[in-house]
Design a protein around this ligand. Structure first.
Ligand SMILES: Nc1ncnc2c1ncn2[C@@H]1O[C@H](COP(=O)(O)OP(=O)(O)OP(=O)(O)O)[C@@H](O)[C@H]1O
Length: 305
């Protein structure tokens, strides 16, 4: 049985749909990503899973329980990252960890958790004096302290420097190794690609695609990218006629084509036919970034970056 089930979830604000028929199921032990442009309905969706918002219609189940009607029981199995305003400025890091540990029947030992999140040197620092990244790390610790079966992390590494981000990814991988299910809302493609087993791409309140990161990349139009600097100009019409071509870009004499393996073979044949040499030829797989822009359409491109 899935540990989280969302079926035809709908939620409007002042008559405007923010979530418009979202369905997905998260299996035990999975890292499930929710990805989408700003305002797509991601936070509303996960807050319905946490029982913090009441859906207009649809069904949400967490370990078979209704997060609104069975809020107390759901809170025992689900750890959620807090919003900044929820902690007192005068509370020290140690006090916050001890306080939250006391809420749960079998909390984790907060010492190693604080160590893993680089908070040991900050135990006596008051919350109000922490940097944005340190606060973020404390919220992650507090989400995990109750040793939950499921953890919901919204914008996990926003505000963290690259080092802290990588340490946090390792921590999340450790958490999953212990069998914890992770529901992760993120804007970072690299994070989603590295951590998530499956991703629901949400766009305009609906699920635009649901697949593994590799599956999302494969289904986007230009899943292979070839770039090179030709030794002589190539005919634009011939380039545009290449099979399975998704896009052509020219920059500083360099040509970048997105397509499939078929496009790559055809361009190599084209180059040979015209006796044109391709300097600095590179062939690479498209990234999740490319797939995301493709799946969420042109209108949302600007909001996504
Ligand atoms: N409490 C609220 N009252 C009115 N409108 C809201 C409320 N919360 C969210 N919205 C609107 O609902 C839509 C979806 O918001 P939501 O926060 O769920 O999106 P999101 O995908 O999490 O966005 P972001 O990536 O920017 O955090 C947005 O248009 C937002 O303005």
């Amino acid at each position: 049985m899935p540990v989280i089930e969302v079926m035809d979830l709908r939620k409007s604000y002042a008559g405007r749909p923010a979530v418009d028929g979202v369905s997905f199921a998260v299996e035990e032990g999975e890292i499930f990503g929710v990805l989408g442009p700003n305002g797509a309905g991601k936070t509303t969706t996960v807050e319905c899973v946490e029982g913090l918002r009441v859906p207009d219609s649809g069904v949400v189940r967490v370990t078979g329980l209704d997060p609104v009607a069975d809020h107390a029981r759901v809170a025992r199995v689900l750890g959620a990252q807090l919003q900044e305003s929820e902690l007192q400025a005068k509370l020290t890091v140690r006090e916050a960890l001890e306080l939250y540990a006391a809420f749960y029947p079998k909390p984790l030992d907060w010492g190693p958790l604080a160590e893993r999140l680089g908070l040991t040197a900050k135990l006596t620092t008051r919350f109000g004096k922490l940097s944005g990244g340190q606060k973020q790390r404390l919220f992650i610790a507090l989400a995990l302290i109750g040793d939950p079966r499921i953890v919901v992390l919204d914008e996990l590494t926003t505000g963290l420097d690259p080092r802290a981000r990588r340490d946090t990814w390792e921590l999340i991988e450790d958490v999953r190794t212990r069998g914890v299910t992770v529901l992760l809302v993120t804007h970072f493609m690299e994070e989603a690609q590295r951590l998530c087993d499956r991703i629901a791409v949400i766009d305009k309140g609906r699920v635009a695609a649901l697949d593994t990161p590799a599956g999302l990349i494969r289904r986007s139009a230009g899943s292979t990218v070839i770039s090179f600097t030709p030794s002589a100009p190539l005919d634009e019409a011939e380039l545009n006629a290449l099979p399975a071509l998704a896009s052509v870009e020219h920059r500083d004499g360099r040509i970048t084509l997105a397509g499939t393996d078929e496009t790559v073979n055809a361009v190599i044949t084209l180059l040979a036919r015209h006796r044109v040499t391709a300097r600095q030829l590179r062939v690479s797989d498209a990234t999740l970034d490319d797939a995301f822009l493709d799946l969420t359409g042109d209108a949302t491109k600007e909001a996504a970056v």
